[in-house]
Ligand binder design. Structure first.
Ligand SMILES: NC(=O)c1ccc[n+]([C@@H]2O[C@H](COP(=O)([O-])OP(=O)(O)OC[C@H]3O[C@@H](n4cnc5c(N)ncnc54)[C@H](O)[C@@H]3O)[C@@H](O)[C@H]2O)c1
Length: 267
């Protein structure tokens, strides 16, 4: 997983309204609508965030706090209509503060994991899971359904493995590539085929989810290509971004956090 930087997250809070307009232009729904659609498809009932209060607790473990990260997370949660605040204190004192201030969902992250922990139900949502659910749903909407369609998944790590799970449920035919071929071949099954290179697999489909930092070359992109790309950095050139136009779904945090919020409130 690529560590986010202050540079990447600092503009997120003030750009959320523009973000919604852009997303609506691409897949005809806002961030809140995408998160609700994704979670409803997953838990098979209407999500409910009305009684949820999120406490985002900055953590100093490992490489430490990314300036602006907790505020960006809290802004995304508030933007989709859930009450949220960032604690003034960090680490365990921050958790204590969040609970004292009425939070029932804790957003906590270290270098390896980022979870939303529902302290009432005792259940949690991992960011890798929520990211996979959000980006597979966004691709499903953009493609008008995935049943029987071939989808190339690049990266068989934490997000990629979960993507494979969600795409199986959506009845897609999965083409899986990882620079470590053994990671992809390990997941092979009736609807999952491992390929040795992106070049080889990309000839088979225009629907791509990039869950890795892999580069998507300009000449792999045509007028039908849809790229749903949680991978950071994006790995598409300026020319590639122009070619994809509204068929590119990518952000560094928004979709994953919005789905974490809605799902953790509904568990
Ligand atoms: N946008 C978001 O909200 C969000 C959330 C979580 C993770 N991410 C990003 O998504 C990506 C995947 O995250 P993760 O937690 O699964 O990471 P991970 O390290 O668990 O998995 C990444 C996988 O990609 C493979 N890989 C790396 N370079 C590759 C290449 N050139 N071609 C093919 N495969 C390659 C690796 O071997 C690994 O299996 C990372 O870039 C991460 O930063 C984004």
């Amino acid at each position: 997983m690529t560590r986010l930087t202050s540079e990447i997250v600092k503009s997120i809070p003030q750009r959320l309204n523009d973000y919604d307009k852009e997303l609506k232009n691409k897949i005809k729904c806002t961030l809140r609508e995408l998160a609700f659609t994704a979670v409803e498809g997953d838990i098979k009932r209407k999500p409910d965030i009305n009684n949820a209060i999120a406490g985002v607790v900055p953590m100093t473990f490992g490489e430490g706090v990314i300036p602006g990260f907790s505020y960006a997370v809290s802004s995304i949660i508030s933007h989709i209509g859930m009450e949220s605040f960032v604690t003034e204190n960090r680490d365990i004192t921050g958790i204590e503060e969040a609970i004292d201030r009425g939070a029932n969902i804790l957003f906590i992250a270290d270098d390896l994991r980022f979870i939303a922990l529902n302290i009432l139900s005792g259940k949690y949502v991992d960011n890798a899971d929520a990211t996979a659910l959000g980006y597979s749903t966004a691709l499903e909407i953009a493609a008008g359904g995935l049943q029987g369609k071939k989808v190339l998944v690049i990266g068989a790590g934490k997000v990629g493995k979960r993507l494979v799970g969600y795409l199986k449920i959506k009845k897609a035919k999965i083409l899986l590539v990882d620079k470590d071929f053994s990671k992809a071949s390990m997941l092979e099954g009736p609807s999952i085929l491992a390929y040795r290179s992106i070049e080889e697999a990309i000839k088979e489909t225009n629907l791509i989810i990039n869950a890795s930092p892999a580069t998507i070359k300009d000449d792999w992109i045509n007028s039908e290509t849809v790229l749903s790309a949680p991978g950071v950095p994006l790995g598409v050139s300026k020319r590639g971004i122009e070619k994809l136009d509204t068929r590119l779904i990518h952000d560094p945090l928004q979709i994953g956090v919005a789905v974490m919020a809605v799902k953790s409130a509904s568990l």
